[in-house]
Design a protein around this ligand. Structure first.
Ligand code: SAM
Length: 284
């Protein structure tokens, strides 16, 4: 095989030559647009001293560009059939390791000895579990620059009060600063996905912007608030038996915070949830 895979002619020739058929169950949509590739590499701010984790290298299109830009690349691919293809398409690079594994099963702390950046064109069927694993991990992840469904990117960076705002927005806001670095139409992939995509960069914060005394309790409140987002916050929280909160307790805490007792969760900022969490924790 000659030439870069980002050229659709080369991708199609390779796939035909290997008799490879795309597996929907693994979310396989391969990138074939060079401008998008450049935007991912620039958006991820990769330098020659960086160590990079790529999730789902596919046939190695983004991996080739990462090998050129970064110091070291570890590429984790679940599909065993792609491993011999990757060994060939990446044979010119000595700074890459190809790992055949499910990224959700991997211990991220064992992958690199120091800080690393994550770059990926993610399989859309497991975007949220992968992003949450990366954000919540105590491995030294510096940033996560990933292609996701446009709608998921919008949820990740939504502000209070907007229709996209929810538990994912709050989890991202707690762990990272989010910025969309590219919007990507379906024709940039083969096969074409049914949805539009976006590349979002999540820069992990050194310190979270709020410090509730029990962060896990705060996230339980957030999940309960958005599990029933059409209900008032008071009803959503008191209806969740696992929280053990009475209506009166929630009402008293909301009043103390100067919030309307009929407010919905979608109006509360991360710092409102942190304050609510500290007040309610003592009322269980
Ligand atoms: N990086 C390639 C590109 O941009 O052309 C392929 C991206 S494709 C959207 C997603 C890739 O993730 C596929 O190669 C798929 O096999 C792989 N994948 C799916 N689930 C995975 C998992 N749990 N762990 C690791 N890789 C996975």
């Amino acid at each position: 095989m000659t030439g870069k895979l980002i050229d659709p002619k080369n991708t199609i020739a390779l796939i035909k030559d290997r008799g490879f058929s795309f597996k929907k169950k693994f979310g396989q949509n391969f990138l074939i647009d060079e401008r998008v590739l450049t935007k991912i590499i620039n958006g991820a701010e990769i330098t020659g001293s960086d160590e990079v984790l790529e999730i789902g290298p596919g046939i190695g299109t983004l991996t080739q560009a990462l090998c050129e830009a970064a110091g070291r690349v570890r590429a984790v691919e679940i599909d065993r059939e792609l491993i011999p293809i990757l060994q060939e398409t990446l044979s010119a690079y000595d700074n890459v390791d190809i790992i055949n594994a499910d990224v959700l099963e991997l211990d991220l702390k064992e992958l690199f000895s120091g800080p690393f950046k994550v770059v990926a064109n993610l399989p859309y069927y497991i975007t949220t579990p992968i992003v949450m694993k990366l954000l919540e991990s105590d491995a030294p992840v510096e940033s996560v620059t990933v292609m996701v469904q446009k709608e998921v990117a919008e949820r990740m960076q939504a502000a209070p009060g907007s229709k996209d705002y929810g538990a994912l927005s709050l989890a991202v806001a707690y762990h990272a600063e989010a910025e969309v670095v590219a919007n990507v139409p379906p024709n940039c992939f083969i096969p074409r996905p049914d949805v539009s995509s976006a590349v979002i960069r999540l820069k992990k914060r050194k310190e979270p912007p709020v410090g509730p005394s029990d962060k896990d309790f705060m996230f339980r409140l957030i999940r309960a608030a958005f599990a029933q987002r059409r209900k008032t916050l008071q009803n959503a929280l008191s209806n969740d038996a696992s929280l053990g909160l009475s209506k009166e307790a929630v009402e008293a805490a909301l009043r103390e915070l100067g919030l309307d007792v009929r407010i919905r969760g979608e109006r509360l900022s991360l710092s409102d949830f942190a304050e609510l969490s500290d007040r309610l924790e003592t009322r269980i």
